[in-house]
Design a protein around this ligand. Sequence first.
Ligand SMILES: Nc1c(NC[C@H](O)[C@H](O)[C@H](O)CO)[nH]c(=O)[nH]c1=O
Ligand SMILES: CC(=O)[C@@H](O)COP(=O)(O)O
Length: 155
Amino acid sequence: MNNQQTLTQKSTAKIGIVVADFNEIVTSRLLEGTLSELNHLGIQTKDIKVVHVPGAFELPRAAKRLMETELFDGIIALGAVIRGETSHYDYVCAETAKGLAELSLQGANPVMFGVLTTDNIEQALNRSGGKGGNKGRDCAQGVLQMINLDRRDFS
Ligand SMILES: Nc1c(NC[C@H](O)[C@H](O)[C@H](O)CO)[nH]c(=O)[nH]c1=O
Ligand SMILES: CC(=O)[C@@H](O)COP(=O)(O)O
């Protein structure tokens, strides 16, 4: 019995999802993969809240706002940062990852990093329902595993 089965058979969980609208052609596919997998693993749509932000840089703030409500057991952050001509890519990737990692470490709930950071659109499409899988689906599986870990008694 894997971690996801343990969680969904004995209890459920409330999941917050923050998704960036920038590169929406990619992030909509990530979101679909996340929602589909959460439903497949037994999480009902009524227990999922989706919040949209302009871009990946805004994901940490939105995730923090959801966490502060104390209504959710886990948070999934979805985005697609695709390299352009300037160094802006580096700053967006670094600060988004830093913000989400800090929130996951310091906050009450796990935060899954479902932000693609790619050199081109093809790489992003491949990882959002293409031959490279779907990072949103991976995060759905991972958030339930982390919630189950939070609920374990290690004594
Ligand atoms: N270039 C990408 C961005 N840029 C926008 C930032 O995320 C942010 O919204 C803006 O700097 C205002 O604060 N965002 C992505 O999600 N993906 C990109 O490729
Ligand atoms: C990741 C970005 O911010 C990037 O897409 C912006 O493109 P550019 O560096 O050409 O302005």
